[in-house]
Design a binder for this molecule. Structure first.
Ligand SMILES: [Zn+2]
Length: 81
């Protein structure tokens, strides 16, 4: 009757990869009907991201941003369950 599947799961040790620098990016979300949508691109230095934001505020008067931080993870296989 029917089909059944058995899945085996393996534990992984998942850690932040400290050898890779996190990156920051911002998107301007100012706007009533639609977000402005201007994007900074990826920056390794947070100061550069803040500079982009400051310049965008200066040029447009926009004041609301979505800031994303990206980092890297490394998974090391462990025991089977
Ligand atoms: Zn904008």
């Amino acid at each position: 009757m029917g089909t059944s599947k058995t899945f085996r799961f393996r534990n992984y040790d998942i850690r932040t990869d400290d050898t890779a620098e996190p990156t920051y990016s911002a998107e301007c979300v100012t706007g009533d009907d639609a977000d402005c949508g201007a994007r900074s691109g990826e920056e390794v230095e947070r100061d550069k991201l803040n500079k982009w934001i400051a310049e965008h505020v200066r040029d447009t008067g926009h004041e609301r941003f979505r800031v994303t931080t990206a980092n890297y993870a490394v998974a090391t296989p462990g025991e089977w369950q």
